[in-house]
Design a protein. Structure first.
Lengths: 315, 315
């Protein structure tokens, strides 16, 4: 295999692009895709400081890396979920990265905000762990950005993440989720910052290759709660489709964004107002995060010191 | 396992309904689902004669069987595709069924209308066989119904068929196909009869069980051209989803019909007019069927006598 650009020996084949690249030209390709995403969806300008939500994994650190390289003003946000060793290690990866690149890293502890670390929160809700965790992360990302004055939060969601989320929403035709599925969610209220996903054009394999080739030190382990998550089985299923027809994931996600999303957008009109408990925006009276925090409090979770990694296994 | 209705020994478990039935109560359940489909979508009334398109397979013969039992006025339509022994055998099954139930069966030969049998047609088009075949069937069903004065054509499409078609359309977000996906397509032009799918609430397993328990003699073999068809791999994939979460197919199809289809319907407005070659309706100048027939003629397919099953294997 030869690099499409220079004819040199290729390091990576991208079947859905019917192309192969050597290391330097793959890095160039990767950065171009990020630039294209930012440009196409007018995600942010060079006058703004972008808050990059980092988990310590390959995607978010690759994103932060590209944005710094491309000269954007950035700051990192690490949300400490209190998930035993996994959180300890992933936080260390983020801190090391920030130090190496001379960037600010904000750290927020979920346990402080919601009243207990995620493993305790999970026990008091009947929903899957990922559900309460995702809710908490979205809430805290927005709150942190508002507090520090950043107009936009960038997350490391890649093509595989977005396609799997879309797949899940489509299986149940969750029209509200379909309306929100976008690489760039605008601020529709003064208390809601923009949310953007500059890696949505790049696959999981591509972000992994970028992180590896750029020498980024990231946490390889998956979150211990992810095992058996529906999103993973959807990813597997999409991978099978991709194998038999390269580009299937891309066509599924991009076809939705181009052709179908406009149809759903017209269906959903939501009215945002301040949560009467915390002041962040909600469509109801009390926001979902405050309801969760209240549940945690009433059920008595989080009484054990939240700092100590639990001795028992995660599952 | 016990029958949900009578407590007797169950013959069939329906996981997505969290139920099991003995033979007589399964037949009752099956007929109720057909009645519900007819009623919900106002498919036809008892004053109308329904043309049932039959292939000789379990689904269409089960449908015809139920409609006769329920006292509807029906006539069958068999489209002879000229697919070697498969067509010979499936036609014999339809003729035997019609004779046994004392019903009229119309037979149309695709080779006569399009100029060559399907295996020859396939050779001159670059599209998959199922594509030209489906197009020809839809065209001839409509033409036959108009000629004989039937206001509505009923086909044997089941839940699995409909979910697989929807899945294929969703993977590419074919908004025109999504608009047309419905258990009941109205007549939007005097030259277009209604098309209905009274089995859309019943799975492939359920129609097979009905056909077996009712003693219907149907052709078990699949069409030889179906091997490797995309629709089959989509069915497989949906079956895997269904296995891990019973009701997945049902939720996918019904969720679409209830929640998402209205969004697409607003997107598509088509203008129908008579084809300048054959007079049936089209959105263009010449309809797709006449274009196909013209291609068959120009490429010289169909010169061999279309009646003789070809001696070579089908694939």
């Amino acid at each position: 295999m030869r690099c499409r650009k220079c004819g040199g020996s290729a390091a990576l084949e991208l079947r859905r692009h019917n192309a192969a690249f050597c290391s330097p030209h793959f890095i160039e390709f990767f950065k171009k895709q990020v630039a294209e995403a930012i440009h196409k969806h007018r995600m942010f300008s060079r006058d703004e400081t972008i808050m990059v939500a980092v988990s310590g994994g390959k995607d978010s650190l690759a994103l932060w890396d590209v944005l710094i390289d491309e000269g954007y003003r950035t700051a990192g946000l690490y949300l400490d979920l209190g998930i035993f060793d996994y959180s300890v290690e992933s936080r260390a990866k983020c801190e090391a990265f920030a130090a190496r690149r001379g960037q600010t890293l904000h750290v927020e502890r979920v346990a402080e905000a919601v009243g207990a670390p995620i493993p305790e929160v999970q026990k008091v809700t009947r929903r899957p762990t990922c559900s309460a965790c995702g809710l908490s992360k979205r809430y805290l990302m927005n709150r942190a950005a508002l507090e520090h004055g950043y107009p936009v939060v960038a997350t490391g969601h890649n093509l595989d993440d977005e396609a799997a989320t879309l797949f899940g929403s489509v299986l149940h035709w969750q029209t509200d989720a379909l309306t929100r599925q976008s690489p760039a969610l605008p601020s529709t209220h003064p208390k809601l910052v923009r949310r953007v996903k500059p890696l949505y054009r790049l696959s999981e394999l591509e972000t992994a290759a970028y992180a590896f080739l750029s020498g980024i030190d990231y946490i390889v382990e998956e979150c211990p709660f992810a095992t058996g998550a529906t999103s993973l089985s959807h990813k597997e299923l999409l991978n099978r489709l991709e194998e038999s027809s390269p580009g299937a994931k891309h066509n599924f996600l991009f076809g939705f964004l181009d052709k179908a999303r406009p149809a759903f957008e017209r269906m959903e009109e939501v009215d945002l107002r301040p949560c009467s408990a915390c002041g962040q925006v909600t469509t109801g009276e009390i926001c979902a995060f405050c309801k969760l925090a209240d549940l945690v409090k009433r059920r008595g979770a989080g009484r054990a010191p939240a700092d100590n990694p639990a001795p028992e296994p995660a599952r």
